[in-house]
Design a protein around this ligand. Structure first.
Ligand code: UTP
Length: 224
């Protein structure tokens, strides 16, 4: 299976969780050993947001804020790639082309952000589109997609399956803003919907969820 995993910075890097990073490295290696082709896109988490805030306070434009957040996500990607060792790419790709090239060499590719004006969700969607991925897994800090934001609404209900058409009803923002945080960026949704790439949103604090998702088990919310 060709798989893109969008690993939340909110999961592995807020604060940096070395136990989780080690567990993910093992799970990813296991999947690769089974013959799956994997690209992992790591988000910038709280530190990226902190840098956006600092840049904003310094009066820097949104593009510069984004550049800093991208650097943070790449730093986490580098950490991951180092932990993967031989099976990973030597260098963190800075474009979709480089990602494809590295994947073509039989490597497990880890990357962060690519360019200002998007999020790592969109990076993951662009990669998934290019490699014709079978599935995009979003490993996040919630159990899946809810009817409302579960962090603020106790009556929010988790959805098992949802269509791309229905998804916008449950998303709060529909335009890019530096540091936007929600279950799946609308720009990414557009790409995934057009290309009909299935998404499995699941709880990233349990790395074994990734194994279950690849086996076709429902552990979070499927968007298709
Ligand atoms: P992330 O994708 O890291 O944040 O982008 P997220 O979606 O909240 O996910 P996690 O929880 O951290 O994984 C953070 C910000 O970095 C900039 C944008 O401002 C984005 O909102 N960014 C990121 C870019 O400009 N380009 C990219 O390719 C990636």
């Amino acid at each position: 299976m060709k798989l893109v995993v969008r690993l939340g910075g909110s999961v592995v890097a807020t604060p940096v969780n070395t136990r989780l990073i080690s567990e993910y490295a093992e799970v990813l290696k296991k999947l690769k050993a089974k013959g799956h082709k994997l690209v992992v896109v790591v988000g910038g988490g709280a530190l990226a947001r902190e840098f956006i805030k600092i840049a904003k306070e310094l009066g820097l434009p949104e593009q510069d804020q984004d550049d800093l957040a991208i650097s943070v996500s790449r730093l986490y990607a580098q950490l991951f790639a180092k932990k993967l060792g031989e099976v990973g790419c030597g260098k963190i790709p800075s474009s979709v082309n480089e990602t494809v090239k590295c994947l073509g060499k039989g490597k497990l590719v880890v990357l962060g952000g690519l360019k200002p004006g998007m999020t790592t969700d969109t990076v993951a969607a662009l990669v998934a589109e290019r490699i014709k991925a079978d599935m995009l897994v979003k490993a996040t800090d919630q159990d899946g997609v809810y009817t409302k934001d579960p962090r603020v609404c106790p009556d929010a209900v988790k959805l098992d399956k949802i269509s791309f058409d229905d998804l916008p009803k449950f998303l709060a923002e529909d335009k890019h803003k530096a540091g936007i945080h929600q279950i799946l960026d609308p720009e990414a949704v557009k790409i995934l919907k057009t290309k009909q790439i299935k998404v499995h949103v699941l709880n990233g604090f349990k790395p074994e969820n990734l194994l279950f998702a690849v086996e076709g088990k429902l552990v979070g919310t499927i968007i298709a």
